[in-house]
Ligand binder design. Sequence first.
Ligand code: KIV
Length: 290
Amino acid sequence: MTASGDREPQPAKKLTIPEIRARRGGVPLAMVTAYDYPTARLAEEAGIDLILVGDSLGMVVLGYDSTVPVTLDDIVHHCRAVVRGAPRTHVVADLPFLTYAIDDARTIEHAGRLIQEGGADAVKIEGGRDVAPRIAALVRAGIPTMGHVGLLPQRVGELGGFKVQGRDIASARALLDDAAAVAEAGAYAMVVEAVPAELAARLTERASIPTIGIGAGAACDGQVLVSQDLLGFEQRTAPRFVKRYAELGAAARSAYAAYAADVRSRTFPGPAQSYRMPEDALRALEETIG
Ligand code: KIV
């Protein structure tokens, strides 16, 4: 601990797949999203266990109203920046909408780009029993794969909005079956999104792999939050499951306003932000140009 009570920055060591699997029922995994070099670097310096280059990129960075328009090229591009910023952190990259819809071969090709070009350690895929054969194909091809059950943001149109899943008995049972299929197919961990805490606890108890919750209560084997939500950078109303650990959006807005006021009043730049010419060169310049 530092004198101020902060945790000393930890020298990061990238978690391996077996180490992540072994965290089931152990010390919870702390995961955040990142889409750029500076955020990834800060997350690594803070000792975050896993970074997700999520397709939430579309909503919190690119300004879309869902994750659906995000492309494979978008994720590859942002993943490269994240890996440069956090070379010693386990990085997971999202397979965006439709990149795993057609067949196993194209799914492997797309996931391969995230690993080879993006530099990700693993990919994440949304879905349950429906995508289990794709997960099995990816794992057979040697691509570590994280599942994602519960609320599936890529299906937001079909679901009629970002809604809590598994609240009635039929959908709760379906969700347990989805989670079992994802684990059975060979995923090494799975995100569980927007699920009642009681159901997520039972799902976690039955799962053979770690669960990483977002809006899924405290019983999961880890938690993930979108960095822009956690840091208070996000303009939209945050979902109930978000806890803000900072108010960087408000801080940034007042910094921009103060800068604009300083520019308009010629208070910025001041002497401290200006370069000076040596006296003799200045005199010579004045003699030359008058
Ligand atoms: O894209 C994303 O940020 C995610 C999280 C919500 C888990 O999938």
